[in-house]
Design a protein around this ligand. Structure first.
Ligand code: G3H
Ligand code: 13P
Ligand code: ZN
Length: 331
C-alpha cells in the first residue's frame, strides 16, 4: 500500500522554491543518516523558523534502512510541532536517485521530492529517464530535481574525471522536454571535503582561496529559464576550525578545501534556491566526537559524545541558515 507524503505532514518543493527564488534566499538541503543529524536539523530549522529539506542518499538508505529513515522523517514533523512550530515546512527528498525504480520506491513510500541524477548519461538518455520519473512523480504531486552537467569528483557511483559545466544552451530544451521542477547545475562545486587542490588556490592572509564559481554560467542559465529553481550540489564550505579540531585530536585530514561561504551567499540571492550540504555536517560531527574521546578517554556512553556532536551540527546548520542561505524567518 502506498504511503503519501501528505499523510506524513511533509510538503513538496514547489511552493517553497517559488518563494525562495522570489525572495532571494535558498532552502538548506541537509543529508541525514543518523538520529542525531535529524534532531539537529529539526531543532535548527525550528529555532530559525526556516523551511528545510532533509535528504536521503542511496548510501543512507543502505546504511540506515529506507523504511526507518521514512518513519524518522515522519517523526521529524511531529518533533518540530512539539518544539513549538505549528506549521513545519519539511521536505523528504531522495538525493542522487540513479534509477527509475529507486525513485518510484521513494515516491510510493512517503518521499515528497526525488532527484533523478541522469547527469552521467548521454543527453537524450538523461532526458528520457528524467521524463519517465517526472511522469510518475507528478501523478502523486511529488516534485522532481534533475541534473545537467557533471560535477567534478565522485558523484555517488558516477566518477567524473573533470568538471563539465552545464551548457546554458541546453537548459530550455531539457527543462521543457522533461518537465522537471528544478535543475541541479554544474558551476564548479563538487562533492566531499577536498574540492580543490592547494595548487588551484591563492594564498590570501594565510587562507587558501579557491577559484570562484562560474557565476557567468549561472547567470546565463537564469536568463534562459527566468525564475526556474536552480540547485547547487557539493556546497560544503569545509570549515577550517572543524578540520583543525579533527587533526588536533588524532585525525588526518589534509588539504581539505570547500566553497567559500561568501560565494554561496551570493548564489542564494539568485535563482539558486536549494543548496546541498553534507560534508560540513560530517566534519562538525567528527570534530566533536574526536574531541570528547580524546579529552575523556574513559568515556564510553555514546550519549556523551554523540550529544556534543549533535550540538555542534545544530550550530553549523543554524549558521548556514542565518548567515549563508538566508532562509530564516521564511515559514
Ligand atoms: O552527494 C553525496 C552526498 O554527500 C551523500 O553521500 O552517498 O556517502 O551518503 P553518500
Ligand atoms: P557536500 O559534499 O559539498 O556537502 O555536497 C553534498 C551534496 O551535494 C549532496 O547531494
Ligand atoms: Zn550531491
Amino acid at each position: 500500500m502506498q504511503t503519501t507524503y501528505k499523510e506524513l505532514g511533509l510538503v513538496n518543493t514547489r511552493e517553497m522554491f517559488a518563494k525562495a527564488v522570489k525572495g532571494g534566499y535558498a532552502i538548506p538541503a541537509f543529508n541525514f543518516n543518523t538520529m542525531e543529524q535529524l534532531q539537529a536539523i529539526v531543532q535548527a530549522a525550528v529555532e530559525t523558523k526556516s523551511p528545510v529539506i532533509m535528504q536521503v542518499s542511496k548510501g543512507a538508505r543502505n546504511y540506515a534502512n529506507g523504511t526507518l529513515l521514512r518513519y524518522m522523517a515522519q517523526g521529524a514533523v511531529e518533533y518540530a510541532k512539539e518544539l513549538g512550530c505549528s506549521n513545519p515546512q519539511i521536505v523528504l527528498h531522495l538525493d542522487h536517485g540513479d534509477t527509475f525504480e529507486v525513485c518510484k520506491d521513494c515516491i510510493d513510500n512517503g518521499f515528497s521530492s526525488v532527484m533523478i541524477d541522469g547527469s552521467s548519461l548521454p543527453y537524450e538518455e538523461n532526458i528520457a529517464l528524467t521524463k519517465k520519473v517526472v511522469e510518475y512523480a507528478h501523478q502523486f504531486d511529488v516534485t522532481v530535481e534533475a541534473e545537467l552537467g557533471v560535477l567534478a569528483g565522485v558523484e555517488d557511483e558516477v566518477a567524473a574525471e573533470e568538471s563539465h559545466y552545464t551548457k546554458p544552451e541546453e537548459v530550455i530544451d531539457f527543462a521543457t522536454r522533461t518537465g522537471c521542477d528544478s535543475l541541479a547545475i554544474s558551476i564548479g562545486t563538487s562533492h566531499g571535503a577536498h574540492k580543490f587542490k592547494p595548487e588551484q588556490c591563492q594564498l590570501v592572509n594565510g587562507v587558501l582561496v579557491p577559484p570562484p564559481l562560474a557565476f557567468d554560467v549561472l547567470h546565463e542559465v537564469e536568463k534562459k529559464l527566468p525564475g526556474f529553481p536552480i540547485v547547487l550540489h557539493g556546497s560544503s564550505s569545509v570549515p577550517q576550525e572543524e578540520v583543525e579540531t579533527i587533526n588536533k585530536y588524532g585525525g588526518k585530514l589534509e588539504a581539505a578545501i570547500g566553497i567559500p561561504e561568501e560565494q554561496l551567499r551570493e548564489a542564494s540571492k539568485s535563482a539558486v534556491c536549494k543548496i546541498n550540504i553534507d560534508s560540513d555536517s560530517r566534519l562538525a560531527m567528527t570534530a566533536a566526537v574526536r574531541k570528547v574521546l580524546a579529552e575523556k578517554p574513559a568515556e564510553f556512553d555514546p550519549r556523551k559524545y554523540l550529544g556534543p556532536a549533535r550540538d555542534n551540527m545544530k550550530k553549523l546548520y543554524m549558521h548556514k541558515i542565518v548567515d549563508v542561505l538566508g532562509s530564516n524567518n521564511k515559514l
